[in-house]
Design a protein around this ligand. Structure first.
Ligand code: C5P
Length: 240
């Protein structure tokens, strides 16, 4: 596989074309950002940790029958994925009250919800990624009702698998964000990443945070928590 020209550089990743039309080459960066890019830092090792953790998670999801864009890990910071056109929605699934929902509803973080909840946010930096309803999504014309239903269902399925994966390593899956894309064949596929950048992960016994809130809230060293998650998941799966 050959790496070709860069297609896109985001906050946390660079995406390149390859000599295969349907495969992209992703490089995870050491940059951390929060609050729509207002807080920004280089954190050495973050790219490696997210690439490794995402690779393990996508592989586990596939083993459990949840298809996704991940193809192969290439190196500590690189992976291959299937090419998709990203649907500009963030699908957030929550098990425990935290973050923006705790703020929106004026509730304490840590309340366990009876059933998981699913929210959609419109991916738009200029608007600050607002929460949107299904009717808003129809007005925006960015996903059909059928696609939305699929994203909700897949979000809940991912939640069931990941709750179990994290429970076995003594971690509570508080909430997480997913992104989906459309393949050239018109298939809706789970894409982007699933890592401590995109999940809230609390130690089951101490509630210690092992996720990006450590960075957002200046709670200490972000890499330590991410490394702890990687270690508990069984460490690197890299063959190269
Ligand atoms: O901030 P909020 O409580 O809405 O975040 C919910 C979940 O989605 C958290 O796990 C957070 O890390 C993730 N998220 C994300 N990218 C965003 C917004 C939220 O990964 N742009």
């Amino acid at each position: 596989m050959e790496k070709r020209g860069m297609l896109y550089e985001g906050k946390a990743k660079r995406i390149y074309e390859t000599n295969e039309q349907d495969i992209l080459w992703i490089e995870y960066k050491d940059e951390a950002t929060a609050f729509n890019g207002e807080k920004k830092d280089t954190i050495i090792g973050k790219g490696r940790l997210n690439n490794e953790i995402t690779s393990i998670i996508f592989e586990r999801l596939r083993e459990k029958g949840i298809e996704n864009h991940w193809v192969k890990r290439l190196s500590e910071t690189e992976q291959l994925v299937k090419k998709v056109t990203i649907v500009p929605l963030e699908v957030v699934v929550r098990n425990i009250m935290a973050g923006s929902l705790a703020k929106r509803l004026g509730m304490d973080e840590g309340t366990v919800m009876d059933t998981p909840i699913v929210e959609f946010y419109y991916k738009n930096d200029d608007l600050g990624d607002p929460l949107v309803t299904e009717d808003h999504i129809q007005v925006l014309n960015i996903a059909t009702p059928g696609q939305l239903e699929n994203m909700r269902e897949m979000g809940l399925q991912v939640n069931e698998v990941l709750k179990e994966v994290f429970a076995t390593i003594n971690v509570r899956l508080v909430d997480f964000k997913l992104e989906f894309g459309m393949t050239n064949d018109g298939e809706l596929l789970l894409a982007d990443e699933v890592s401590p950048d995109t999940c809230r992960l609390w130690d089951k016994d101490t509630n210690q945070k092992f996720d990006k809130d450590v960075y957002r809230r200046n709670l200490g060293n972000l890499q330590d928590g991410y490394q702890e998650i990687l270690n508990r998941l069984g460490g690197s799966s890299c063959t190269k």
